[in-house]
Design a protein around this ligand. Structure first.
Ligand code: PNS
Length: 200
């Protein structure tokens, strides 16, 4: 009997699934829960495309360009993750990028009903596209973009709920003076050096 070709064992935590998975969402703003799921998904799929819905009915806090920038910065260390945007039906976008799977996160039972409904509707629209559910770390099970926006808009702390980069963007968005203040702090040492030079 001919010997079977030797199979290299996948790295622990990697399932080596071939193909592209699409992770669609609003990401307004991206949270630590989203990032956790992206990191987990990037270990399972050969390529993970994170796609921001462009034509959402909701009036977003961050523009699509701002959300794309945040996601790009946050995933810069994940070479198989790409940031994308889409309009219209998600299954059509999945087909256009030749994705074979859709990745969605489930935090609690309360997410399940909505996610099940969406997955089954998407299956009806495109039977060849599978939805894969993953759970973020339990410490993020209560974190949602909507609650992050609500807390931040009311002036509450969002440390630990979103990456630091997003925290800064939230502060800039909600308090433009913060941006000016930061610029002043950066300029201050230069001004002091200049004054000292004059005296000498
Ligand atoms: O992060 P969200 O807001 O829960 O993501 C929802 C999203 C963007 C995945 C969903 O609304 C979507 O796929 N919209 C695109 C339109 C579509 O395909 N609708 C049919 C899905 S049942």
């Amino acid at each position: 009997m001919p010997a079977l070709p030797a199979r290299r064992a996948p790295k622990r935590g990697r399932l080596n699934n071939k193909g592209t998975a699409l992770y669609p969402g609003s990401f307004d703003p991206p949270t630590n829960g989203h990032l956790d799921l992206i990191q987990r998904g990037s270990k399972i799929f050969e390529e993970l495309v994170v796609a921001i819905l462009r034509n959402s009915e909701k009036s977003p806090m961050f523009s699509v360009a701002e959300r794309s920038e945040m996601l790009r910065v946050l995933t810069a260390d994940l070479p198989n993750v790409r940031i994308d945007t889409f309009d219209g039906l998600m299954v059509e976008h999945a087909k256009s990028i030749e994705a074979t799977c859709v990745l969605r996160g489930i935090r609690a039972i309360s997410d399940y009903e909505y996610e099940l409904q969406m997955a089954l509707m998407n299956r009806k629209l495109e039977p060849t596209l599978e939805t894969v559910f993953m759970m973020p770390a339990d410490k993020y099970s209560y974190v949602s973009s909507r609650l992050v926006r609500e807390v931040a808009q009311a002036g509450g702390p969002v440390k630990g709920l979103v990456p630091e980069f997003v925290e800064r963007k939230l502060r800039e968005k909600l308090d433009p003076a913060y941006k000016l203040g930061e610029a002043r702090i950066l300029e201050e040492p230069r001004r002091r050096t200049r004054r000292r030079k004059k005296k000498a």
